[in-house]
Design a protein around this ligand. Sequence first.
Ligand SMILES: NC(=O)c1ccc[n+]([C@@H]2O[C@H](COP(=O)([O-])OP(=O)(O)OC[C@H]3O[C@@H](n4cnc5c(N)ncnc54)[C@H](OP(=O)(O)O)[C@@H]3O)[C@@H](O)[C@H]2O)c1
Length: 299
Amino acid sequence: MKYLITGGSGLIGSEITKLILEKNEDVFWLTSSKKNKTGVKSFSWNINKNQLDENCFQDVDVIINLAGAGIADKKWTADRKKELIDSRIKSTQLLFETLKRRQNKPKSIICASAIGIYKNQNNHLLNEESEIGTDFLADLTNQWEIEVNKFETIGIRVVKIRTGIVLSKDGGYLKSVAAPVKYGLAAALGNGKMITSWIHITDMANLFLFASKNEKMRGVYNGVAPNPVTNYEITKQIAKALNRPFFLPNIPAFLLKIAFGEMAAVILMSQNISSKKIEKVDFKFEFEDIKDALENIYK
Ligand SMILES: NC(=O)c1ccc[n+]([C@@H]2O[C@H](COP(=O)([O-])OP(=O)(O)OC[C@H]3O[C@@H](n4cnc5c(N)ncnc54)[C@H](OP(=O)(O)O)[C@@H]3O)[C@@H](O)[C@H]2O)c1
């Protein structure tokens, strides 16, 4: 198998790359970065200039499409929102338009999506058929899925992984949440009852590779572990795994809204997401329980 990853230098892409190289398979990156010191063979693209080095497609079987500016990295100003959209939509369009006119195409594209696409329904368990939301994040994710669906029209199998909260000590949710916990400042957010549908980084990377090889998979799959937990529970378990106290009162939602503006929606999001569909196609999770996942991450 030969893989091409967009956004390969990010949290999920780096883990996928590591697993591919461990299996002695081939991987290229299509990157927006000028410098890449990892040794992974990289080709460049410039989404805003509609430029892409087509050599990146040489003998590639699968594209893993992860590129996108970090959702929770900066406040959502109008410019930032545009960047969040363009980095996902324009990049996917550029891939599509380039592949459409090429003779040799990869067989599959496995694209990141997000559980933020769903309309929150009072913590009811949501599956891949559940209603899509109308807020900024849901709309962005939905637009991204619509763009990637177009690859089916040119004979490329499409799988979209509606990714949950990825747990890794190298970045993402735990990097921001665990920082205060490390200093003994663990506190649940809002009312602490929001459901966090999480997934361990190893399972996340394995799921992208599983979908790459399983040609029967098509369409959307939730990328979450089987046992979501409340915000209170995950914060308590992070403190436990780090051997730190957990006694502070919750941080009220209104303070988070003042600090983060519209982006507080990501922090206060409550999504109870089902993993049944991915289990039905025989994907095996290494980490089903939050305690085991965090112990492994902080061992
Ligand atoms: N981590 C999570 O918990 C989570 C949850 C739900 C959905 N997702 C989605 O899954 C995808 C991968 O997640 P991740 O956590 O690995 O993200 P990440 O660590 O932020 O990495 C994303 C990568 O996208 C590329 N990128 C960044 N800004 C860009 C821009 N303006 N234009 C084009 N490319 C840009 C960069 O790669 P290059 O420098 O190589 O171009 C970057 O390393 C993202 O689209 C994210 O929204 C993640």
